[in-house]
Each structure stands twice: as C-alpha cells, then as structure tokens.
Design a protein around this ligand. Sequence first.
Ligand code: SAM
Length: 263
Amino acid sequence: MTPPPYVLSQGVLAAIGNALSQAFAVGIGTSHEASKPHHEARPRVPSIRQRSKAQLPSEGHARTIVEGRWGMCEFTGKCANIIQSWNPVVLGLLDSLPYDEEVVVWGRRWIVKTSTLGERHGYGVYACEDIIVEDSASCRREGPTLFPYGGPIYKRRHWNMILTQHPKWKTFALEMDTFASSTRRHSDGRVIDGDPIHSGNIAGFINSTMGTQPKRRANCEWVFVEGPPPAPYGQTYHEDHCLVIATRTIRSRDELFTHYDWN
Ligand SMILES: C[S@@+](CC[C@H](N)C(=O)[O-])C[C@H]1O[C@@H](n2cnc3c(N)ncnc32)[C@H](O)[C@@H]1O
C-alpha cells in the first residue's frame, strides 16, 4: 500500500521541494523589492518540508503549481486556472514604482512618498499638478480619471484560498463586484490584488480618510467600470476594470485620500 503523504521521508520531501522551486522560482513582478523601507519583510513561502501536513498533495490528486503574487502557491488541479498573468505595462502602469521620484501615470505626474499621516503609516500618493474638477460635474463620478486600480484578478474564493496559505500577507485586495446583484456579470465575485510593490498599482498607496486627525477630506474614489479600459490601455486584456476618479479639485502637492476601512 502506498504510504499517505505525511509519512514520506524528509529526504523525499526535500527532493520534491528542490525540483519544484527550480521549476517555478520566478514570482510575479518582484522588481522593486529592494526599495520598500515602510513595508514589512515579505514572508517567504515555506519550503515543502516546512508546510503543514494538510497542504501536501492528497493521494491520487494531481498537484498543479502556479505562480503566486510572489513565490509559489500550490493548488489542486481544479484550481489551476486562478492566476492571470499580470503585466502592469499593459494597463499603462509602471513595471517599477519608485519612491520620492516623479512618475507619469495615465498622462499625469505623481509622486509616491511618505504620507502626511506620518512615517509609521507608510507612503501616500501626491499629485504633481493641479487636477480641476468642475463644479458643474453634477455627479461626483463625472470627475477626471486619474489611473486604474490594477493587478491580477482572482475569483473571491480563490483569493481566499491564497490567503489561507499566506496569512501574513499585507493585502491590497479590492472587490470588483460589490455593485447591485442585478448588474452582476460574475456569479463569483472578483478581487483585484493591487499590491503596489508587485503590480505597479500606484492606487495601492492611496490612504484612507478614516480616523485621520486632523480630518482629511476624500478627493478621489475608486469605481467599477464595466468593459475594458479606454484606449490605449488594456483593451484586450481586461473584461472590466476599476478606476480612481477625482471627486474634487486636487492641487499640486495634495495627497490623495479616499474613504475605506483600512482596519
Ligand atoms: C492601501 S494601503 C495605503 C498605503 C500605505 N500607506 C502603504 O504605504 O502601504 C492601506 C494601509 O495604509 C495605512 N493607512 C491607510 N489609511 C490610514 C489612516 N487613515 N490612518 C492610518 N493608517 C492608514 C494602513 O496601514 C493601511 O493598512
């Protein structure tokens, strides 16, 4: 009888681990790992030897390994389609997002630097030019588009599976499908993994007005848009997308704030 996986010898497990890590050593977009002083050290995916017994492949079920946000994620075969390859440039985002340096994203100049909330709250996004929202914009969502909220898109239940494997990840996940059920296109809600370190997602650095002292006023918000982003960005890549929209005039050197529960 074949022994159950939990009695495999350490040597066999180590050999499997080595083979797998050679085959799938490259994570998605880790190019600016070096310049992230405000971020916690990224927890490395444990080697197979360190993993709990429950995460080892079950008997008779083919294991598929796919690239995760950084490092590897493992899933059984039926979940192998969860990862969409992500290239920030396709959506007009930068493949590397420097700090303290002006960048141009979607035709406007921005800088990512320490937030006005204070160093312990990390970075924030600042405008480097005025962005005028006309009083005549009757609906706040008619304001100018700033940039997309970009990153690989997962089904909610698959994202939850990834998180159970990586409980220490600081996540920047944005729910795409929170709008009314009558207009839902997907039965399973989708999530954008907007980690700015790995996806060039500048929107991931926008801080919340929640609990701020003195009170900050939101000057932008993220919205769901059905259909692909405007040309020339992500035309064929995206079925739907999320955008950050200015909701009131933003002056050069203003930090962007929106309202979300960051706790
Ligand atoms: C989407 S990130 C924003 C970018 C973040 N400052 C960074 O450097 O990664 C959300 C995180 O920023 C911090 N944050 C955002 N809004 C905040 C607020 N109003 N007060 C304190 N911390 C806040 C919290 O640590 C939160 O988990």
